[in-house]
Design a protein around this ligand. Structure first.
Ligand code: GTP
Ligand code: MG
Length: 195
């Protein structure tokens, strides 16, 4: 699946603008700055195909990337704090929620959690939305290169504990660093295994 071409398809600002639901897709959700766009770059091996930046609120549209003609990777705007005007943030948050609750061809949502921070209240809110819509989701831990060797395990415990509340969650966590390439092959394999 990841051996072929990767193309940016479009940035969507309204539910009407979503591509026809004619292939499976997976999406990447998480707080602003957690590393969603960077993860898409790492997965596709195309640095810069998704725009990443240190400013929270960088991605403000639903960005579609095509893996050949077989599947879409969907980069979502973040939730939580963003450096953008409130009215604009409110619009993209509403779009994000509509998308997560109502996309037929969404096979799995990957919920990204910063390894330094664990699961926050805003993450629970999004996970609860996914539970209600019966969208299966899986947690991807990001930025593990920023943690010392003993700091990861307690955070993983906190996340596993937090996931107990969420019936739509897969218990298995994917531990990654887009910077170092850790866990990227594992995540590719998971995505390639979805039909
Ligand atoms: P929004 O679009 O604003 O919601 O952010 P995002 O979740 O797409 O985050 P993005 O990929 O833009 O990354 C945010 C910042 O974190 C950037 O400065 C990245 O370089 C950095 N970053 C992302 N992944 C990693 C990682 O694995 N390790 C390290 N050290 N930095 C990372
Ligand atoms: Mg982004």
């Amino acid at each position: 699946l990841f051996a072929g071409p990767v193309d940016f398809v479009k940035g969507v600002v309204h539910m009407d603008g979503l591509p026809p639901p004619n292939r499976p897709e997976v999406c990447f959700a998480g707080r602003s700055n957690v590393g969603k766009s960077s993860l898409i770059n790492a997965l596709t091996g195309r640095k810069g195909i998704a725009r990443a930046s240190n400013t929270p609120g960088r991605t403000q549209e639903i960005n579609y990337f095509a893996l050949g003609e077989q599947a879409y990777l969907v980069d979502l705007p973040g939730y939580g704090f963003a450096k953008a005007p409130l009215a604009i943030v409110a619009k993209w948050q509403a779009l994000l929620k509509s998308y997560l609750a109502g996309r037929q061809t969404l096979r799995r949502a990957f919920c990204l959690i910063d390894s330094r921070h664990g699961v926050k209240d805003v993450d629970h809110e999004i996970m609860t939305l996914l539970d209600r819509s019966a969208v299966p989701f899986q947690v991807v831990m990001t930025k593990t290169d920023k943690l010392g060797p003993n700091a990861l395990l307690p955070v993983l415990d906190q996340v596993r504990e937090a996931l107990q509340k969420h019936p739509a969650a897969y218990p298995e966590l994917v531990v990654t660093s887009s910077e170092k390439g850790h866990g990227i092959a594992t995540l590719r394999t998971i995505i390639a295994g979805l039909d």
